[in-house]
Unconditional design. Structure first.
Ligand code: GRF
Length: 187
């Protein structure tokens, strides 16, 4: 059995998509959700799906800690950052080379970097009059949104789009592409 561990800080709709996608799989499972936000939507979603949740603090992220121990104990074959907002610890990246991926709601290298998440991304895309946006799935390195690209998908930006409408279109792309990419990487 291959184990996925998800890191998320927010609503968790992508985490839920992955959990449900692999629920009946005999070869791949979502083993745990790790979060730094105790009351994030992702916590309730994971609990409802019977997926264990691990919460951790900034101090645990900054230094070798119980976070490392709990992560190792889950024996991750792939770590998926799905709406995870802190810079991922370098020591953990070094321990799991080529096994950590991030999902980003824009066509990197545009609209990435520190502070570029959620509405800020879509606001910037609309403000710049882009005619297309999309999603990026990439390996995680020690900088925000800068690791090697794995897959991208595009969608149009339509006249009259609001950040919310664009986010909805982006989410649809994410729900399709993320499970596919994860499956491919774990084959
Ligand atoms: C997604 O749009 C993802 O690209 C970004 O954060 C968002 C998380 O959404 N990194 P959700 O929590 O999965 O609903």
């Amino acid at each position: 059995m291959k184990n996925i561990v998800i890191f998320a800080s927010g609503t968790g709709s992508n985490a839920l998509t992955l959990i449900r996608h692999f629920r009946d799989s005999e070869t791949i499972r979502v083993k745990a959700v790790f979060t730094n936000v105790v009351n994030a939507g992702v916590v309730e979603k994971a609990i409802q799906e019977d997926v264990p949740v691990v919460t951790f603090t900034r101090a645990m992220s900054d230094e070798p800690s119980e976070l490392d121990v709990l992560l190792d104990r889950n024996q991750p074959d792939l770590i998926v950052l799905a709406g995870y907002l802190w810079l991922f610890p370098a020591r953990i990246i070094q321990k799991y080379p080529g096994k950590i991926i991030n999902l980003h709601p824009a066509l990197l290298p545009k609209y990435g970097g520190k502070g570029m998440w959620g509405k800020a991304v879509h606001d910037a895309v609309l403000k710049n009059g882009e005619t297309e946006s999309g999603i990026s799935i990439h390996f995680v390195n020690e900088k925000y949104d800068a690791g090697q690209m794995i897959a991208q998908a595009k969608c149009p930006v339509l006249p009259g789009d609001t950040p919310d409408r664009l986010a909805g279109r982006i989410h649809e792309l994410e729900y399709r592409l993320l499970p596919e990419v994860v499956e491919e990487l774990l084959k």
